[in-house]
Design a binder for this molecule. Structure first.
Ligand SMILES: [Zn+2]
Length: 490
């Protein structure tokens, strides 16, 4: 009997060793990854794993991977969101910061202490990367920044994109075909930048808002610059040809920038650090960086980007309900209204239609706010709040998402940018708020910071901080409208 037990023990150890030996290390490569009880969407979610969680992959079944966490928990995840274990890859290059303020951390995760912050547009020398974190050299020494919040600096000698031009007449018809017999699909104003896909008498052009058509070549003036596109979804495949039947060459993280080299149907031919290939156009946000902004009027096309969209802004509280009040006397209802007016200005400047639930210090019921949102035909609702807690030590930013599809991704976009400002990450959550539960449009409620925390309240009293927080809202809303929203409605 003893021998049998010993033999069983040996067999069990052998089994464990062989399965451990077969296991390959990996890491979660998306913001939130559902761990499920089986290999499919139909199985129950047993946990949600944050970005950069270390895993071992035990088995595979179709697109799904069976994984074990460091705490010994096992389950199944969608395999596309498991990356190889991050190990440092030396790859020197330059990047620029593309959010208002970005934390530089001691290590490659948000759990590491912040060493300092860098500002939008600042150039950083990258020494290499670990997973989606870049090691950068700053004045304060070596640190890590998340790759989502920087853009590659395209060196002049890598100028491979299609040529750029600007409209040189006050109004130019964009037509569906090469000739005046074709219908006009848009009117372009003077200075509008276009990427020139073919250079005949009728040039085939791509606009920053993704529209494609033909214009008379003589009304375009060539300009220097790069036709760039930014990846607007998580883990986007670059394929060897213009269709899903072509092999995947590489997957790009959200925020990665590639140069546009051509177009084939709905597929954009690109050139990035991974080489040449094709990406589905609806997963890209186009941006034409020209060096001649001064010579022509400000680009009206940036506005055209959001002209199809309507946004409801709901400044929380108001009237007899001031919301939270800071020790300094700063009232939440006033901060919410100031932020909402700033956000409205930015969205309207970008061409969006904005509906405000209130524009002055008046009170509205929650039902009235919901009715305005649902009756507006809007693409989204953002309810602007700030937080309070009985414990003044508690600080940070918290974002709540609604029940309508797309609400979570919208909330996550705003939240990540607010966290990048250096605020404590208190998560993206659901809550039983009327503006979230009873709205029929994608909806979020942001709690940028805590009025009950003296340090947070100090930030909320600063114009410059409110501008940064509003920019975080605006950038995320713009990206969501042009990415997620456009992909769904077109
Ligand atoms: Zn509130």
């Amino acid at each position: 009997m003893k021998r049998l037990i010993a033999l069983l023990a040996v067999l069990m150890i052998a089994t464990l060793v062989s399965s451990a030996w077969a296991a390959t290390p990996g890491v979660v490569s998306t913001a939130m990854l559902n761990l499920r009880s089986g290999p499919g969407q139909a199985f129950q979610v047993v946990a949600t794993l944050p970005l950069a969680t270390p895993l071992v992959v035990l088995a595979e079944s179709g697109d799904w991977k069976q994984v074990m966490t460091t705490t010994g928990r096992t389950g199944w995840v969608f395999g596309q969101f498991v990356a190889d274990e991050p190990s440092f890859v030396a790859e020197p290059r330059n990047v620029s910061v593309r959010v208002a303020s970005l934390n530089v951390r001691q290590g490659p995760a948000t759990s590491y202490p912040v060493l300092g912050t860098v500002r939008e547009g600042q150039l950083l020398a990258v020494t290499g990367h670990m997973g989606s974190w870049l090691q950068v050299r700053t004045a304060g020494g070596l640190g890590f920044v998340h790759a989502d919040f920087v853009a590659p600096v395209v060196e002049p000698d890598q100028d491979v994109s299609v040529p750029l031009a600007r409209v040189n007449v006050s109004l130019l018809n964009l037509r569906s075909g090469a000739g005046t017999q074709f219908p006009v699909i848009a009117r372009l104003t003077r200075g509008t930048p276009v990427a020139v896909l073919s250079e005949d008498t009728w040039a085939r052009v791509l606009l920053e808002n993704g529209a494609i058509g033909f214009v008379a070549r003589e009304f375009l003036s060539p300009v220097d610059g790069q036709a760039l596109a930014r990846i607007s979804a998580e883990s986007v495949n670059q394929r060897s040809g213009p269709g899903t039947t072509f092999p995947v060459l590489t997957a790009h993280p959200r925020g990665q920038t590639v140069a546009i080299t051509g177009l084939s149907g709905d597929w954009v031919q690109v050139n990035g650090r991974a080489g040449s290939g094709f990406i589905l156009g609806s997963l890209l946000v186009f941006s034409f960086a020209t060096g001649e902004e001064d010579a022509l009027p400000p680009t009206p096309n940036l506005g055209a980007g959001l002209s199809r969209f309507t946004v409801v802004i709901d400044p929380g509280h108001g009237g007899r309900d001031p919301g939270a009040i800071a020790a300094s006397g700063l009232r939440e209802s006033d901060v919410n209204l100031t932020m909402s007016h700033k956000l409205r200005a930015k969205l309207e400047a970008a061409g969006a239609t904005v509906v405000m639930t209130r524009t002055t210090d008046v009170g509205l019921t929650l039902a009235e706010r919901v009715a305005i949102a649902n009756g507006s035909g809007a693409d989204l609702l953002v309810s602007i709040h700030n937080n309070a807690h009985t414990n003044p030590q508690i600080s940070g930013t918290q974002t709540f998402h609604g029940v309508t599809d797309g609400s979570f991704s919208l909330g996550l976009g705003v939240h990540r940018r607010l966290v990048a400002l250096g605020l404590n990450d208190r998560g993206v959550l659901t809550a039983n708020f009327a503006v979230l539960q009873r709205t029929t449009v994608p909806a979020i409620l942001t709690e940028t910071a805590f009025l009950s925390n003296p340090q947070n309240a100090g930030l909320l009293a600063q114009e410059s901080f409110l501008d940064q927080a509003v920019a975080a809202h605006f950038e995320a809303i713009r990206e969501w409208l042009l990415g997620t929203r456009r992909a769904r409605t077109d």
